[in-house]
Write a protein that binds this ligand. Structure first.
Ligand code: MN
Length: 289
């Protein structure tokens, strides 16, 4: 099996610049999205630096988890060496694939989803304050939609010398449709709305365009990046035709913690009207235990 991938990114309706970056390469068999954060143009530098390092590491034969760890080092080193870039960081949700398996590496609150048959499942766990609060039973998913802490992430590339990378394997099945996206999509659209659109619009590029349009219609409060990857047969194995009733495959292991449900909040309450770039992503530092 192989993946056919469509990608789209948009600045949205509020932000002055697009700090998301993405990367798709059919030869390296990789797809990646990164959502950069930092003052002035530092967010763009962070996400682009991470993507460039990922590409270089994968081309050199590194495994996905190690390649993302090296991307962390690249962003951290660059941030440490330039006062204008200090404190910048980025999420990264990336995957490499072969004929049978997609292997996701993940840090932050960008997301990977799988649409398989009747199920639409978030494969990644958000490294965010609200996801931790939901997992701890302190707030509900509904409360998280309006929680003022919902833009705070607890893990990112570029912030510390080391980073823990989640690695998530998924066995591919014919007909699978993956979505990788930045939070500019999932803070504007609920998961069921995203799933409905992915089910209805089977043409990849049109689906990517429609998701971005829907997020902008809902407010477009942040940069929006979507990658849609469809599992397709290669010519040698199935002559380009997918089976009409794909054999059920084992679902991926569920995340250790319940992930925050996607939210729909076209008017983020902490967004001051006098700041066109608000709300800025903020880091949340744990107190030492
Ligand atoms: Mn974002």
């Amino acid at each position: 099996m192989n993946l056919a991938i469509a990608a789209a990114t948009d600045v949205g309706r509020v932000r002055a610049a697009n700090e998301d970056s993405y990367f798709v390469d059919d030869e390296l068999r990789v797809l990646a999205v990164a959502d950069g954060m930092g003052g002035h143009q530092a967010g763009e530098v962070a996400s682009a630096t991470a993507i460039a390092a990922l590409q270089e590491q994968l081309a050199a034969g590194q495994a996905i988890g190690d390649a993302i760890a090296e991307a962390n080092t690249a962003v951290f080193s660059r941030a440490s060496g330039d006062p204008a870039l200090r404190g910048m960081g980025t999420t990264m949700t990336a995957a490499v694939y072969d004929d049978d398996t997609l292997l996701i590496g993940h840090v932050g609150d960008s997301r990977a989803y799988l649409l398989r048959g009747d199920t639409f499942e978030q494969l990644t766990v958000d490294h965010s304050v609200v996801a931790e609060l939901i997992a701890a039973g302190q707030i509900t998913a509904t409360e998280a939609e309006t929680d003022p802490r919902r833009s705070m992430i607890t893990r990112a590339l570029g912030i510390d010398f080391d980073v823990a990378v989640d690695v998530i394997p998924v066995t591919l099945a014919p007909g699978d449709r993956f979505l990788f996206c930045s939070d500019g999509l999932t803070t504007m659209l609920r998961g069921d709305a995203i799933a409905a659109l992915l089910r209805t619009e089977r043409e990849r590029d049109a689906a990517a365009t429609a998701l971005i349009a829907a997020a902008n219609d809902a407010g477009g409060a942040d940069n929006i990046t979507v990658l849609i990857a469809d599992v397709v047969g290669d010519d040698a194995s199935d002559h380009g035709e997918l089976p009409s009733a794909p054999a059920p495959a084992a679902p991926p292991d569920p995340p250790d913690e319940p992930a925050a449900e996607t939210t729909a909040d076209p008017t983020p309450e902490e967004s001051p009207s006098d700041d066109p770039e608000a709300p800025r992503r903020r880091w949340w530092k744990r107190r030492p235990h």
